[in-house]
Ligand binder design. Structure first.
Ligand SMILES: Cc1ncc(COP(=O)(O)O)c(C=O)c1O
Length: 421
């Protein structure tokens, strides 16, 4: 690999220290299998857009109504991003400015709630996200969050239990969406509960946005009052957030985001979002989304057949929770062992976990990134066997050595980015 990034010239790279670290990170990504479920490998075109002069532009406001001059070209870019987001998800309105998923959620809450309002969302311990009510997050500080979890027996959402809690609590808003839930979410059932108690219904589809875009998970758009997401997970865009809503809510969403929660938008990132949305509109993205789900299914089945328990018995999307406690390991030990062979993942609580979060009984595995680099079902069978071998013998140098070699051969065979000249 040479020392140039897409769109940048070597002659301009004088900061040896920073570029050396960037190159080591690029090489790490090429050489390792990325199973962190919230990560992906954005296209070179998406990355190139972020390294442009658009980073210089202040554009507080929205297209046609900015607080700064010289916005005619960034207006074009933001209009393209908004139009493509609306087309991709079939939404009436889009705000493409959130710097992150958490800021999209902050704006969504500010647009429709008052401080102190009751909200019912998925428990963080069962797969929810910290911006859905963690005590130290703005959400838990400014709103009165309560949580529903999965059923102890099935480890799936039980909509009767959610309904019972909602009827009792009578929250102002019900939220669906998770960071570690491997089964389909029944948006129609959530919307019916929200309607019954006259609550708002919000969906945070950060994790499954790419699956929804590619038709591999049902869309929440027909059911939700407001939808937020990140653009960098299964959707495979730049890091950032996106809010979708019906047209009668966009004025409040826009002002909740700016000036409510952010200043100037990151126009270089919005350009990258526009490019990513176009990529996701291509027929090939449907194939990608289907392959992500097929790969996850084979990986989960392979691990399960090797005697390692998968939470809820498997997966229907891109993610799975592997109960490594079922073979006597902690999630932290499993994460470390896999790291030694070049497989990156994260320890994760499993529902009703008795270990503390920094230890955990599970690891969370996702197939979005490895599918982007071209791995298929046959590779998943091999990968599942390697993971099982490592987890069953985490102290065996011979096993670690062998699997590290297998991972190195596979990553060399399936590079993420074309070699640059
Ligand atoms: C469901 C959900 N919502 C929101 C976020 C927050 O995204 P960000 O890290 O961009 O703030 C995440 C990120 O993991 C997530 O999983």
């Amino acid at each position: 690999m040479t020392d140039t990034l897409p769109g940048a010239s070597t002659a301009l790279h004088t900061d040896a220290a920073v570029w050396a670290s960037i190159h080591r990170e690029e090489e790490r990504q090429e050489a390792q299998l990325e199973l962190i479920a919230s990560e992906n490998h954005a296209s070179e075109e998406v990355m190139a857009a972020m390294g442009t002069a658009l980073t210089n532009k202040y554009a507080e406001g929205y297209p046609g109504r900015r607080y700064y001059g010289g916005c005619e070209h960034v207006d074009e870019v933001e209009d393209l991003a908004r139009d493509r987001a609306k087309e991709l998800f079939g939404a009436e309105r889009a705000n493409v400015q959130p710097h992150s998923g958490t800021q999209a959620n902050m704006a969504a809450f500010m647009a429709v709630l008052d401080p102190g309002d009751k909200v019912l969302a998925m428990s963080l311990d069962h797969g929810g996200h910290l911006s859905h009510g963690h005590v130290k997050n703005f959400s838990g500080v400014f709103y009165d969050f309560h949580s529903y979890g999965v059923d102890r027996g099935t480890e799936r959402l039980d909509m009767d239990q959610v309904r019972e809690q909602a009827l009792q609590l009578r929250p102002r808003m019900l939220i669906a969406g998770a960071s570690a839930y491997s089964r389909p979410i029944d948006f129609a059932a959530f919307a019916a509960i929200a309607k019954e108690i006259d609550a708002l219904f919000m969906v945070d589809m950060a994790h499954i946005a790419g699956l929804v875009a590619g038709g591999a998970h049902a869309s929440p758009i027909p059911y939700a009052d407001i939808v937020t997401m990140t653009t960098h997970k299964t959707l495979r865009g730049p890091r950032g957030g996106l809010i979708l809503c019906p047209k009668d809510r966009i004025v409040r969403v826009n002002s909740a985001l700016f000036p409510g929660g952010q200043g100037g938008p990151l126009m270089h990132v919005i350009a990258a979002k526009a490019i990513a949305f176009r990529e996701a509109l291509q027929p090939s993205f449907k194939d990608y989304a289907a392959q992500v789900v097929a790969n996850a299914g084979v990986l989960a089945d392979t691990l399960s057949e090797s005697g390692i328990r998968i939470v809820s018995g498997g997966t229907d999307n891109h993610v799975m929770l592997v109960d490594v406690g079922s073979i006597g390991l902690s999630g932290a030990a499993a994460e470390d062992a896999l790291h030694r062979v070049g497989i990156t993942c994260n320890k994760n609580l499993i529902p009703f976990d008795e270990r503390p979060p920094m230890e955990a009984s599970g690891i969370r595995l996702g197939t979005a990134a490895i599918t982007t680099r071209g791995l298929d079902e046959a590779d998943m069978g091999a990968l599942g066997a390697w993971i099982a071998d490592v987890l069953r013998a985490p102290e065996s140098d011979a096993v670690i050595e062998r699997v590290r070699g297998e991972v190195a051969a596979l990553t060399a065979d399936k590079p993420i980015y074309s070699p640059r000249s």
